[in-house]
Each structure stands twice: as structure tokens, then as C-alpha cells.
Design a binder for this molecule. Structure first.
Ligand code: NAP
Length: 279
């Protein structure tokens, strides 16, 4: 029996310099799709191009860069972007009471405002071509909160709200909206978080003693917690969201995501808090 042919698509991905973005770009390219891999730094764009990707520079914290990247991506793809994978993001650690207004804004500029600005520039393109898929890389921390991750938690909760609303508003447009919910994944994420912790969180914090455990976790080589998966595990879910006839609304990745999504549905809020305080 012959297998149904995969329809090859044009896919713009943010944050392809490393981790999940890179693994997903590679996987989709190997499956024959036309991938426009974007990265924030010029040197990463050059490296991706050397590796055979169509690559554009895109910094989500900068509106001009977003507009320029969209223009360039459309030129490179004959004005057709079938799928947008909003992958880029980082996690600013620190207790909520230690987050300055600037630090919170900095977190939101990339994870939320830039991501949605990019998405809003591509929705008219998708409407015009009569189809599209928008995939947001959220997190287990878009579903439940954990201590010292308030800025990141808030940014992913915000993404969940935008994505859920957008899906209702796009009903009937033939543009789908999916959310990927990874738990712990091997990438540069912790190293980047550690740098941001050092840069933006004051050392005289009330929490300075408990921060020591967090510093250890952020600097640990290899997987820092149980059930950590490679970035390819996320890429596999994105492949489904890109290729399946019926993309899902939410894709859980890693055991902790399945577990906490389930517990959130069944436990009273105070019991869930009790559990999350110990994680
Ligand atoms: N790793 C995990 O455990 C985990 C779990 C759940 C969800 N996630 C989500 O997965 C996504 C990818 O993270 P990752 O784990 O692959 O970490 P990563 O290796 O640190 O990759 C993050 C990517 O985002 C890019 N980025 C950061 N700021 C940007 C900006 N202003 N404009 C454009 N790109 C920017 C980074 O570019 P630079 O290299 O230039 O900084 C990098 O390419 C994030 O949205 C993250 O929240 C990760």
C-alpha cells in the first residue's frame, strides 16, 4: 500500500541559533520542507546559511528587525509562508519581588510582544493565501507556576492567552493555532538564564540563600532534572503540527508536562500549590 504523500510547506522558524529551534529547522528541512530559519545574531545567520538553510536575521526585541525579516522572508518564499513556528524565547529567573519593571518588560519584549508582532504581520499573508498554521512554543510553565520563574511564567501564560484567543478569532479562516508545551529540554536555555540572573537580579535579595540551589541547577552540566528530553522530542511534535491534517491545539512534551497538566485539572488549587512549592 502506498503511503500518503506529505504536502511540503514553507515554514518560518524563530530562534534557530540553538536548541529547539535548530533541531526543528533541521528535522523539517530533512523532511523536504522549505525552512526559513531565523536567528538574532548575524554570525548565526551566516552559520545557518553555510549549513544550507535559507536564513534571515530576526531580533524579536526590535520592531524594525521584525519588519525587515518578514519582508526578506516573503521575498525568499514568493510571498508564501504556510507555517510560522514562534519558537524564540528565554527565561529570566528570580523571585517576583526581585523583578524590576525593566526586567519584566525585557522578558515580555521578546517572549510576548515581539512574538505577537511577528505573528500579526504574517496573519494577513496567511489570510490572502487562504491557509496557514501558527505554532507557539509555550511551556509547562505556561500551564502551572514554579518558584523563581515568575517573569518567564507570566510571559508564557500571556502567550497561552494570546494563542487561545487568536484561535477563536481565526475560526473558519483555515488558519490553525497550536501550542507546544515542553517540559525540561536539553538546550542553551539554562546557561542563558544564568547569565540573565547574574545581570538582572540583585545579590542583596531576601531570597539570596534559596537562590544558591537555583544557581547550582542553572550551572549544572547535562540534564538538571529528571525526565529531561533532547530538543528532537519537541521537533517531532512540531512535525505533527505542520504535517497532520488535524493539528492539535496543545502538544505536551515530556512526562512532567503530562503530569502537571493532568494534576491542574483534577487537584484543588491549594493542593496544587502545595505540590508546586516542593518542585
Ligand atoms: N529548554 C527547555 O527546557 C524549555 C522548556 C519549555 C519551553 N522552552 C521554550 O523553547 C523555546 C526555545 O528555547 P530552547 O530551549 O531551545 O533554548 P535556547 O537554546 O536558549 O534557544 C532560545 C532561542 O531563542 C532565541 N532568542 C532569544 N532572544 C531572542 C530575541 N530577542 N529575538 C530572537 N530570538 C531570540 C535565542 O537566540 P540567541 O542564541 O541569539 O540568544 C535562541 O535561538 C523558548 O521559547 C523556551 O521558552 C524551553
Amino acid at each position: 500500500m502506498t503511503q500518503p504523500q506529505t504536502i511540503l510547506k514553507t515554514i518560518l522558524i524563530t530562534g534557530c541559533s540553538s536548541g529547539i529551534g535548530y533541531a526543528t529547522a533541521l528535522e523539517l528541512k530533512n523532511r523536504g520542507h522549505k525552512v526559513v530559519a531565523s536567528a538574532r545574531k548575524e554570525e548565526d545567520v551566516a552559520r545557518l546559511q553555510q549549513e544550507g538553510f535559507i536564513a534571515v536575521q530576526l531580533d524579536l526585541a526590535d520592531s524594525k528587525s521584525i519588519q525587515k525579516a518578514v519582508k526578506k522572508a516573503l521575498e525568499l518564499t514568493d510571498n508564501q509562508i504556510d507555517v510560522l513556528f514562534n519558537n524564540s524565547g528565554f527565561g529570566q529567573p528570580g523571585a517576583v519581588e526581585d523583578l524590576s519593571r525593566e526586567t519584566l518588560r525585557f522578558q515580555f519584549e521578546t517572549n510576548v510582544f515581539g512574538t505577537q508582532e511577528l505573528t500579526n504581520l504574517l496573519i494577513p499573508v496567511m489570510r490572502k493565501q487562504g491557509h496557514g498554521r501558527i505554532i507557539y512554543n509555550s511551556s509547562i510553565l505556561g500551564l502551572v507556576a514554579m518558584t523563581y520563574r515568575g517573569a518567564y511564567n507570566a510571559s508564557k501564560y500571556a502567550l497561552e492567552g494570546l494563542a487561545d484567543t487568536l484561535r477563536l478569532e481565526l475560526h473558519g479562516s483555515n488558519i490553525s493555532v497550536s501550542l507546544i508545551e515542553p517540559g525540561p529540554i536539553m538546550s542553551n536555555f539554562r546557561q542563558n538564564s544564568f547569565d540573565l540572573y547574574n545581570k538582572n537580579i540583585a545579590t542583596d535579595s531576601f531570597h539570596k540563600d534559596t537562590y544558591k540551589a537555583m544557581e547550582e541547577r542553572l550551572q549544572k552540566e547535562g540534564a538538571a532534572v529528571a525526565f529531561t528530553l533532547p530538543a528532537k522530542a519537541v521537533a517531532d511534535k512540531v512535525v505533527h503540527a505542520v504535517e497532520s491534517k488535524c493539528p492539535k491545539i496543545r502538544y505536551y512534551v515530556t512526562f512532567p508536562t503530562y503530569l502537571f497538566a493532568f494534576l491542574k485539572r483534577i487537584l484543588p488549587a491549594s493542593w496544587l500549590d502545595n505540590l508546586l512549592r516542593r518542585v
